[in-house]
Design a protein around this ligand. Structure first.
Ligand code: HEC
Length: 123
Protein backbone atom coordinates (compact mmCIF):
# COMPACT_ATOMS: atom_id res chain seq x y z
CA UNK A 1 0.00 0.00 0.00
CA UNK A 2 1.37 3.42 -0.87
CA UNK A 3 1.80 6.12 1.77
CA UNK A 4 -0.84 8.14 -0.02
CA UNK A 5 -3.38 5.31 0.09
CA UNK A 6 -2.86 4.68 3.80
CA UNK A 7 -3.19 8.39 4.57
CA UNK A 8 -6.49 8.35 2.68
CA UNK A 9 -7.62 5.27 4.66
CA UNK A 10 -6.74 6.92 7.98
CA UNK A 11 -8.67 9.99 6.89
CA UNK A 12 -11.77 8.00 5.96
CA UNK A 13 -11.57 6.02 9.19
CA UNK A 14 -11.36 9.27 11.20
CA UNK A 15 -14.45 10.61 9.43
CA UNK A 16 -16.43 7.49 10.26
CA UNK A 17 -15.27 7.61 13.91
CA UNK A 18 -16.16 11.31 14.14
CA UNK A 19 -19.60 10.63 12.69
CA UNK A 20 -20.24 8.07 15.46
CA UNK A 21 -18.95 10.33 18.20
CA UNK A 22 -20.80 13.42 17.02
CA UNK A 23 -24.21 11.77 16.89
CA UNK A 24 -25.30 11.46 20.51
CA UNK A 25 -28.80 12.31 19.28
CA UNK A 26 -29.26 8.83 17.88
CA UNK A 27 -28.08 7.20 21.09
CA UNK A 28 -30.57 9.35 22.99
CA UNK A 29 -33.29 8.23 20.58
CA UNK A 30 -32.49 4.60 21.43
CA UNK A 31 -32.47 5.34 25.15
CA UNK A 32 -35.87 7.01 24.84
CA UNK A 33 -37.44 4.12 22.98
CA UNK A 34 -35.93 1.60 25.44
CA UNK A 35 -37.49 3.50 28.32
CA UNK A 36 -40.80 3.63 26.44
CA UNK A 37 -40.67 -0.17 26.07
CA UNK A 38 -39.99 -0.63 29.79
CA UNK A 39 -42.86 1.73 30.72
CA UNK A 40 -45.14 -0.24 28.38
CA UNK A 41 -44.13 -3.48 30.10
CA UNK A 42 -44.82 -1.87 33.49
CA UNK A 43 -48.24 -0.75 32.33
CA UNK A 44 -49.05 -4.33 31.33
CA UNK A 45 -47.86 -5.62 34.73
CA UNK A 46 -50.06 -3.01 36.45
CA UNK A 47 -53.14 -4.98 35.34
CA UNK A 48 -51.53 -8.44 35.41
CA UNK A 49 -53.29 -11.09 37.45
CA UNK A 50 -50.48 -13.06 39.07
CA UNK A 51 -52.93 -15.74 40.20
CA UNK A 52 -56.53 -16.62 39.36
CA UNK A 53 -58.86 -14.46 41.43
CA UNK A 54 -56.02 -12.23 42.68
CA UNK A 55 -56.30 -8.45 42.62
CA UNK A 56 -54.07 -6.42 40.32
CA UNK A 57 -52.29 -3.17 41.18
CA UNK A 58 -55.01 -1.37 39.21
CA UNK A 59 -57.79 -2.89 41.36
CA UNK A 60 -56.55 -1.07 44.44
CA UNK A 61 -54.48 1.83 43.11
CA UNK A 62 -56.27 3.37 40.13
CA UNK A 63 -58.61 5.62 42.10
CA UNK A 64 -59.68 6.71 45.55
CA UNK A 65 -57.43 7.52 48.51
CA UNK A 66 -54.96 4.78 47.49
CA UNK A 67 -54.49 6.15 43.97
CA UNK A 68 -50.82 5.60 43.24
CA UNK A 69 -48.96 8.41 41.50
CA UNK A 70 -45.33 9.26 40.76
CA UNK A 71 -45.43 11.74 43.64
CA UNK A 72 -46.40 8.99 46.08
CA UNK A 73 -43.70 6.62 44.87
CA UNK A 74 -41.12 9.41 44.98
CA UNK A 75 -41.74 9.72 48.72
CA UNK A 76 -39.82 6.43 49.18
CA UNK A 77 -37.49 5.41 50.85
CA UNK A 78 -39.53 5.76 53.99
CA UNK A 79 -40.42 3.73 57.07
CA UNK A 80 -42.85 0.95 56.28
CA UNK A 81 -44.76 -0.53 59.17
CA UNK A 82 -45.33 -3.82 57.35
CA UNK A 83 -41.73 -4.31 56.24
CA UNK A 84 -40.69 -2.90 59.64
CA UNK A 85 -37.82 -0.87 58.19
CA UNK A 86 -37.00 2.08 55.97
CA UNK A 87 -37.70 0.57 52.56
CA UNK A 88 -37.18 1.67 48.96
CA UNK A 89 -40.00 2.02 46.44
CA UNK A 90 -38.85 -1.22 44.79
CA UNK A 91 -38.98 -3.08 48.08
CA UNK A 92 -42.52 -1.81 48.64
CA UNK A 93 -43.60 -2.81 45.13
CA UNK A 94 -42.06 -6.28 45.64
CA UNK A 95 -43.98 -6.64 48.90
CA UNK A 96 -47.22 -5.59 47.14
CA UNK A 97 -46.76 -8.15 44.37
CA UNK A 98 -46.34 -10.92 46.92
CA UNK A 99 -48.77 -9.93 49.68
CA UNK A 100 -51.54 -8.06 47.87
CA UNK A 101 -51.46 -9.54 44.37
CA UNK A 102 -50.57 -13.13 45.37
CA UNK A 103 -47.59 -13.02 43.05
CA UNK A 104 -44.09 -14.47 43.32
CA UNK A 105 -41.17 -13.25 45.41
CA UNK A 106 -39.44 -10.84 43.02
CA UNK A 107 -35.73 -10.10 43.35
CA UNK A 108 -34.82 -6.43 43.75
CA UNK A 109 -33.53 -5.07 40.46
CA UNK A 110 -35.58 -7.63 38.49
CA UNK A 111 -36.96 -6.35 35.17
CA UNK A 112 -40.56 -6.58 36.42
CA UNK A 113 -39.86 -4.25 39.36
CA UNK A 114 -38.00 -1.74 37.22
CA UNK A 115 -40.87 -1.83 34.71
CA UNK A 116 -43.53 -1.24 37.37
CA UNK A 117 -41.43 1.53 38.91
CA UNK A 118 -40.94 3.19 35.51
CA UNK A 119 -44.68 3.00 34.75
CA UNK A 120 -45.75 4.36 38.14
CA UNK A 121 -43.39 7.32 37.61
CA UNK A 122 -45.49 8.28 34.56
CA UNK A 123 -48.74 8.37 36.55
C1 HEC B 1 -55.71 -5.54 47.64
C2 HEC B 1 -55.36 -4.17 47.37
C3 HEC B 1 -53.97 -3.89 46.86
C4 HEC B 1 -53.31 -4.44 45.78
C5 HEC B 1 -53.80 -5.55 44.88
C6 HEC B 1 -52.07 -3.74 45.65
N1 HEC B 1 -51.95 -2.81 46.63
FE1 HEC B 1 -50.41 -1.52 46.89
N2 HEC B 1 -51.26 -0.84 48.61
C7 HEC B 1 -52.49 -1.23 49.12
C8 HEC B 1 -52.73 -0.57 50.38
C9 HEC B 1 -53.97 -0.74 51.24
C10 HEC B 1 -51.59 0.25 50.63
C11 HEC B 1 -51.31 1.13 51.87
C12 HEC B 1 -50.92 0.25 53.04
C13 HEC B 1 -49.55 -0.36 52.86
O1 HEC B 1 -48.57 0.37 52.82
O2 HEC B 1 -49.46 -1.59 52.79
C14 HEC B 1 -50.71 0.07 49.50
C15 HEC B 1 -49.51 0.73 49.32
C16 HEC B 1 -48.73 0.68 48.18
C17 HEC B 1 -47.58 1.50 47.92
C18 HEC B 1 -47.10 2.63 48.81
C19 HEC B 1 -48.01 3.82 48.51
C20 HEC B 1 -47.69 5.11 49.20
O3 HEC B 1 -48.55 6.00 49.16
O4 HEC B 1 -46.61 5.27 49.75
C21 HEC B 1 -47.08 1.16 46.71
C22 HEC B 1 -45.88 1.75 46.00
C23 HEC B 1 -47.92 0.09 46.20
N3 HEC B 1 -48.92 -0.17 47.11
C24 HEC B 1 -47.75 -0.54 44.99
C25 HEC B 1 -48.53 -1.58 44.53
C26 HEC B 1 -48.26 -2.28 43.31
C27 HEC B 1 -47.16 -1.96 42.32
C28 HEC B 1 -49.20 -3.25 43.21
C29 HEC B 1 -49.35 -4.32 42.16
C30 HEC B 1 -48.27 -5.27 42.06
C31 HEC B 1 -50.06 -3.15 44.40
N4 HEC B 1 -49.61 -2.12 45.16
C32 HEC B 1 -51.14 -3.97 44.65
C33 HEC B 1 -53.36 -2.10 48.52
C34 HEC B 1 -53.08 -2.88 47.41
Amino acid sequence: MTARKSTALVFIFSLVAAAFLLHPGEAQGDAKSELADVVKKGKALWTKQWKKGAKTCATCHDRGPNKLTAKRLNAWPKYDRFLKKVATGQEKIAQMIKKMSMGPEVQLGADDLTALEAYIKTR
